[in-house]
Design a protein around this ligand. Structure first.
Ligand SMILES: NC(=O)c1ccc[n+]([C@@H]2O[C@H](COP(=O)([O-])OP(=O)(O)OC[C@H]3O[C@@H](n4cnc5c(N)ncnc54)[C@H](OP(=O)(O)O)[C@@H]3O)[C@@H](O)[C@H]2O)c1
Length: 319
């Protein structure tokens, strides 16, 4: 067993590995942690299906990857998770060009955006971060089932601590919209999804959710001074409740930030934590800090109800 920690980078996690012949689908590959995951995995010989909503940004990311990894084996795909017809088109295209998927990394995300609706009428963060990936995963299951132990890695966040899912009002129809609460709910949904997929698939498929740490990326594009202050006030109050600390953030580099999702995607050491919420290249436990989580994401009844609600909202079920 190899020990990694919060400082470990993608290249350290992948050191010495030969991933030739493996196929990874990475959503949100046009920026940040998705791009870095695609770069690192392609450097070890894997084929990366880069799925992003903006074709131009995705092509630029691929160009940056090819500058660093001249032999990178990449295919570029358009995928808007905020539009279920785009998810269906992408899955159909992927099924035509990929003969298998070893690992799906559900990485794309939006954070604390202004109130909005996806093409199908869902609240933007719940619709994009959770429902889009839920539908994508279900549509890619036939490709994932072509390999013995496929993996699905879904990006959650320490931001799940802000709120658990609201199964009675998932789209803020009766609750006033709050950009942070919406992010928290969507990231709790990602953790519930990671756990419930492991419970329901029961056929060698491994599923994890990941908190990558705090990393400066384009995720913060919607932050206003007010939203930043609300978040920091929340963190200070939480640190005070836990009896210490300033609630300040310790940032990671992008290379270290993407390491946990890559570790979840390929490490033999992670198999024992199937269904788990991972951080800093390791398992976590309920409690404070980056290696901790809110106990509500362990609630199998909530995860089961979220699964059923999601199936009915997107009109798909696990084949
Ligand atoms: N950075 C952090 O501190 C942090 C902390 C905790 C969790 N996370 C999670 O890590 C993941 C990656 O975030 P990041 O930091 O790398 O952010 P990022 O640089 O903003 O990358 C997010 C990616 O998601 C894509 N995306 C957004 N909406 C999409 C949609 N509707 N359809 C398809 N793709 C879409 C973006 O594409 P466009 O550029 O075209 O919008 C971009 O490629 C997210 O799930 C985030 O919640 C990040």
């Amino acid at each position: 067993m190899t020990e990694f920690d919060r400082e470990s980078t993608v290249d350290e996690v992948l050191d010495g590995m030969d991933l030739s012949g493996l196929v990874f689908v990475v959503t949100g590959s046009s920026s940040g942690l998705g791009e870095e995951s695609a770069r690192g995995l392609s450097a070890r010989g894997a084929h990366i299906a880069m799925a992003a909503r903006d074709a131009g940004s995705n092509a630029e990311a691929a160009q940056r990857i090819r500058a660093a990894v001249p032999h990178a084996d990449l295919s570029l795909h358009q995928l808007d998770l905020a539009d279920l017809s785009s998810v269906a088109r992408f899955a159909e295209q992927a099924t035509g060009v990929l003969d298998r998927v070893d690992v799906l990394i559900n990485n794309a995300g939006v954070m604390a955006c202004p109130e909005g609706r996806t093409a199908d009428g869902f609240e933007t963060q719940f619709g994009t971060n959770h429902l889009g990936h839920f539908a994508l995963t279900l549509r890619l299951i036939p490709l994932l089932r072509r390999v013995q132990n496929p993996r699905v890695v879904t990006l959650s966040s320490g931001g799940h601590r802000i709120a658990d899912v609201d199964l009675d009002d998932p789209n803020f129809e009766t609750t006033p919209y709050d950009a942070w609460v919406a992010y928290g709910r969507s990231k709790s949904a990602n953790a519930h999804f990671g756990a419930e997929l492991a419970r329901r698939s029961g056929d060698g498929l491994l599923s994890f959710s990941v908190h990558p740490g705090a990393i400066v990326t384009r995720l913060g594009r919607h932050l206003t001074p007010e939203l930043t202050e609300t978040l920091m006030a929340r963190r200070r109050a939480s640190a005070a409740r836990q009896g210490g600390g300033s609630g300040g953030m310790r940032f990671k580099s992008v290379e270290a930030g993407a390491a946990t999702q890559v570790w979840a995607a390929i490490s033999p050491d992670v198999v024992a934590h199937n269904g788990g919420y991972l951080a800093d290249c390791g398992p976590t436990a309920p409690g404070p800090g980056d290696r901790g989580y809110e106990p509500w994401i362990d609630n199998a009844a909530t995860a089961g109800r979220l699964w059923e609600l999601s199936e009915s909202l997107v009109g798909l079920s696990l084949a």
